[in-house]
Ligand binder design. Sequence first.
Ligand SMILES: Nc1nc2c(ncn2[C@@H]2O[C@H](COP(=O)(O)OP(=O)(O)OP(=O)(O)O)[C@@H](O)[C@H]2O)c(=O)[nH]1
Length: 312
Amino acid sequence: MPVTILTGFLGSGKTTLLNRILSEQHGQKLAVIVNEIGKIGIDHKLIVNVDEEIMEMTNGCLCCTVREDLLISLKQLLQAKRNNEAQFDGMVIETTGLANPGPIIQTFFLDPVIQDAYEINGIITVVDAFHIEKHFTKGLEAKEQLAFADKILLNKTDLIVQEKQNELQALLQSINPTAEIIPTVTCETNIKDLLRIQTFRTRDTLEIRPHYSEHLNDVTTFVLRETKLIDLHKFNEWMTAVVGELGEYLYRYKGILYVKQTDRRIVFQGVHTLFAASYDREWGEEKRVSEIVIIGKHLNREWFEEHFRNCT
Ligand SMILES: Nc1nc2c(ncn2[C@@H]2O[C@H](COP(=O)(O)OP(=O)(O)OP(=O)(O)O)[C@@H](O)[C@H]2O)c(=O)[nH]1
């Protein structure tokens, strides 16, 4: 069952997006989990009344205290589905505006029952185009949410001029060079596409968009590139050590490797300490190069570059 995770700073438009997802025809019947911090059952009243399964979790912020709750909710929903008490073939989780989505994503990988039944479709981050720069000054959350995103909705573009929009798009892309950025007004976009990201599946393309290396306070983004063949064993050993040591600081990393052990491309990606790699298609006409995007906190780029080179 595909699970789509909605993040975004307070007031950016997550509920607006959720309502679109729930009211548009996209062929999926969705279960919804909303996580409200400090409010008691307010948001569900704002959510359009459709016959979806809505489960509200009010006792704390998903990212820190209630991962156990999330697990329980996920299992309850699964049980309800098996008992024919609930019908759904996909799930959407709306996180609080302050959640770091990392631990939520990890919940789906740590429990075998959950891992069997669910699959992360993707992480969608909604950005308030009018306030985002202010949000950046308030702490790390807004940047962390961008770091995890597969798709970024640059929402409320009706409140800014075109030049500002271009400037923000470049800024967001520099923070997360692999995410697709979609400018929107009231989150209007193709909902089917949002429900079909399939980020953790092997894909033909892992696109690394042009970007400018960026260091915004503590969140660092850089791309490692190497044209020499990579030794997969060396790389695996190194990555295992890296996630063991620096896992908590690694928000998101994704890459394609050109390795000596196979003619096929190796696609891999991870969140904190969890990473998965898979064989992709064979190399074609394109330039053979290993490329990894790393987004994290307090990371030393030179150290990564040097050790990645040592994997050749
Ligand atoms: N001008 C403008 N306002 C918008 C747009 N999208 C949403 N809004 C408004 O922004 C406010 C916040 O939207 P929500 O969808 O509730 O945002 P949220 O992220 O769920 O908010 P929290 O649950 O508080 O984190 C609402 O008043 C929306 O009507 C937009 O594109 N342009």
